[in-house]
Design a protein around this ligand. Structure first.
Ligand SMILES: Cc1cc2nc3c(=O)[nH]c(=O)nc-3n(C[C@H](O)[C@H](O)[C@H](O)COP(=O)(O)O)c2cc1C
Length: 180
């Protein structure tokens, strides 16, 4: 199973979540190959070659970072061809922290799911019964809050990273069933 995790990260928080998702996937399925890279270097061939595609982004002004949106818009060509249909997908995000995960974490993850659905992927949420959900879970996927209570930059919590690992394991298990 070939997994592609494409993300944007200016200050490293979203990358930490990407690493944690990959770690969780590898624990659940040591045989899978997980490629982590930024959205900017991700080619359309990378998307087509993957069995599982995961997109992650910081929230920027209430929605995804332009670097990921640019990849999504480049991939419009693949929608014409139906080239991503039937693949498995997942999403994650980090926010600065004013209110829960930050203003826009939920709408950002919903937008990512929506794009995957438009392409015909089978996009996977995060069931609340799974480990880590209480500290970094939303039904859409794992999220991290990187700001402190004053809104100053910090780091995503260990709880958020645990949620990301748990989601990664879930994603690998679901993908194994669907792609069998
Ligand atoms: C241009 C810009 C806009 C941002 N807008 C939001 C926002 O609307 N809501 C929010 O919660 N955090 C916002 N943030 C904070 C980032 O989402 C947050 O710090 C994130 O964890 C950074 O991820 P990174 O370390 O991977 O770059 C913004 C940060 C930047 C640089």
């Amino acid at each position: 199973m070939d997994v592609l995790i494409a993300y944007h990260s200016d200050y490293g928080n979203t990358k930490k979540m990407a690493d944690a998702i990959a770690a969780g996937m590898r624990v659940a399925n040591p045989a899978l190959s997980a490629k982590l890279q930024t959205a900017e270097v991700t080619s359309l061939n990378d998307l087509v070659a993957a069995d599982v595609i995961v997109f992650g982004t910081p929230v920027h002004m209430g929605s995804m970072a332009w670097q990921l949106k640019q990849l999504i818009d480049r991939a419009g060509k693949l929608w014409m061809e139906g080239a991503l249909e039937g693949k498995v997908a997942g999403v994650f995000a980090t926010g600065g922290g004013f209110g829960g995960g930050g203003g826009g974490v939920e709408t950002t993850m919903i937008a990512l799911h929506s794009n995957f659905m438009e392409h015909g992927l089978i996009t996977v949420g995060f069931p609340k019964s799974l480990p880590g959900y209480a500290d970094g879970g939303l039904q859409w996927g794992p999220y991290g809050r990187s700001g402190n209570h004053e809104g100053m930059p910090g780091s995503v919590s260990e709880g958020a990273l645990a949620a990301a690992r748990s989601y990664g394991a879930h994603l690998a298990e679901v993908a194994a069933k669907l792609l069998d």
